[in-house]
Design a protein around this ligand. Structure first.
Ligand SMILES: [Fe+2]
Length: 327
């Protein structure tokens, strides 16, 4: 226990050390002296927006990215099977905010917020819909069609699964293709190019990084442009592992297998090595899945900050400011 505590402290200390060299991620509080967390009133409910700033050397202007994950929208469909109806009845009440507003009703407010505030991009971190039902997919498509800004969508473990076809071959063949509209044709590596930096989407919705993603990921990293990675399942940090163990009965982060995390596959291990290599251009890792907010660093040759978004269905989002540092 003592050893782990010591390691945790070292992680935090490194975090602070990074601040002085300008690649550190920090809450706005650090910059402005005011709280980085804020609430914005919607018509019937309050958005809980956590603001974070990532400093990337050489970036010329400030960009804002709205990161939303785990909204788990359930839109009740007509003409659904008894099995689907039973699942919807069970899951629908789970995904409401504290004001009792169902997640699918909250989502248009985020679209409006993104358009009105003219963020530079919306990043959707998976489990945005709770199942790939026809009603969910249609609702999602309609909502995203209303976004006036670029967006990127990675799959979570729920977007393309039903409880009765969870990660099965049949599920993969039948439902995964339905998400292709949202995932740039179902590519293993997606990207959103902001010129000065890239946001790269990686599918780790099966709790492992797809091997097919690695060659292209490697190629992108070799470009040596700053990269923000978005995936669904977080990688292990001391903080997220400890909290995930407390919140969930099953392993919920990749890495730290001996301590209750998921043992990484060879591909996930390789992905992690590339991401945290000394010369890696990855400046930030975004994830969701665990339904609580967290901020820590993924340890490696390079310490990569990881931000984990709280549950979208509870009205949470992270507003990320990307800004430059002096060269
Ligand atoms: Fe989720």
């Amino acid at each position: 226990m003592e050893l782990k505590k010591e390691k945790f402290m070292r992680g935090r200390a490194l975090w602070h050390a990074l601040a002085s060299i300008g690649v550190m991620l920090g809450g706005l509080a650090l910059l402005s002296g005011c709280s980085g967390r804020g609430v914005v009133s919607g018509d019937k409910w309050e958005k809980h927006i956590t603001e974070e700033t990532v400093y990337i050397e050489g970036v010329d202007r400030e960009y804002t990215l709205l990161f939303i994950t785990d909204t788990h929208m359930v839109v009740r469909g007509e003409d659904v099977s008894a099995q689907e109806k039973e699942n919807e009845d069970l899951r629908f009440p789970e995904f409401v905010n504290e004001e009792g507003v169902p997640s699918a009703e909250q989502f248009p407010e985020w679209i409006r917020y993104a358009n009105e505030t003219e963020v530079d991009g919306v990043l959707l971190g998976g489990d945005i819909i709770d199942t790939p039902s026809a009603a969910n997919l249609q609702w999602l498509e309609e909502q995203l069609a209303g976004l006036d800004v670029p967006w990127l969508y990675v799959n979570g473990n729920h977007d393309w699964t039903y409880p009765w076809e969870y990660m099965t071959e049949t599920g993969r063949e039948t439902y995964l293709p339905l998400l292709q509209t949202f995932t740039q044709g179902g590519k293993a590596v997606q990207s959103l190019d902001f010129g000065e930096f890239l946001v790269v989407g990686i599918d780790d919705s099966t709790n492992q990084v797809e091997g097919a993603a690695l060659p292209e990921y490697e190629k992108i990293l070799e470009e040596n442009r700053p990269v923000i990675v978005m995936a669904h399942v977080p990688f292990m940090t001391q903080s997220v592992l400890a909290k995930a163990r407390e919140y969930w009965d099953s392993p919920a982060v990749i890495g730290g297998g001996n301590y209750g995390g998921i043992y990484p596959s060879e591909d996930s291990e390789r992905f992690l090595t590339l991401t945290t290599a000394g010369e890696s251009p990855v400046e930030l890792f975004l994830a969701g899945h665990v339904h609580f907010y967290d901020r820590d660093v993924i340890e490696g040759e390079k310490e990569v900050p990881q931000l984990v978004g709280g549950a979208g269905f509870q009205g949470n989002a992270i507003l990320i400011h990307v800004t430059g540092t002096a060269k």
